[in-house]
Write a protein that binds this ligand. Sequence first.
Ligand code: SIN
Length: 285
Amino acid sequence: MITPSGHALAAEISGAAGPLDLRDLGARDFEAIHAAWLDHLVLLFRGQQLSDGDLIRFSRRFGELDWAPVQETGRRFVEGHPEIYVVSNVIENGVPIGSLGAGEAVWHTDMSYLEIPPKASMLYALETPPAGGDTYFCNMYEACERLPGELRSRISGLGLKHDGTYNSGGYLRHGMPAIDDPLTSAGVYHPLLTKHPESGRTALYLGRRRNAYVGGLPLAESEALLDELWQYATAEQLTWSHNWRPRDLVLWDNRCTMHRRDAFDPVCRRILHRTQVKGETRPSA
Ligand code: SIN
């Protein structure tokens, strides 16, 4: 059953009489999930019972997986499963078991600093705090559609530098020099307006704000243009938020959404495991 959230994106998927077991999906059920994912951009599945192996197996039905980004400390997390990114504030033996801590994670699209960023990501909740740590998603097709015609024409054909110096928790990525100059920081250019390779729809593609730079413009002009675009992209009417329960799985399309996360009480434990499905093509206009 597909239950749309009633917001600008997202739907919950369940079985006829309770949760749909993602460990045991026939080809037709998977096709229906794939179609719902393209239609609703973000899907929520409650009540899952997934081991790391199950999570990887379900993720691989969407395509080959990317390895997880390296944790801020340089560690890659789950022994034997380099595909799994651990998002957690838990510290064991003085070492964080995952990334992003307990602070806010700012709006971003996963790994857009790669030439071919992942097309999908999914997060599976193992432990969640009683309050806070909600994750928000926004609809970048609608962001594009809401741009005034003149602004849309102005950015058509422009490229944006996507920088991977810092992660969304504000932590310096392992091995990266701490550069805060959008003109000189390392990064990969993608068009500001991209055509989704499966739906054919056009989305605004922003990645993340820090160190972003619109190629060819004076820095002040690039900053002003990006501030204006971000206002459209993160308008509340374009978002849906999720309050996590253990055993929730949320799957999203990185080509037409961004996400962020609220801070939560650092004393509470929050552990989620994430996979990311490789994109097939470079983002293109
Ligand atoms: C992420 O950006 O993948 C993590 C989001 C979250 O912690 O909810």
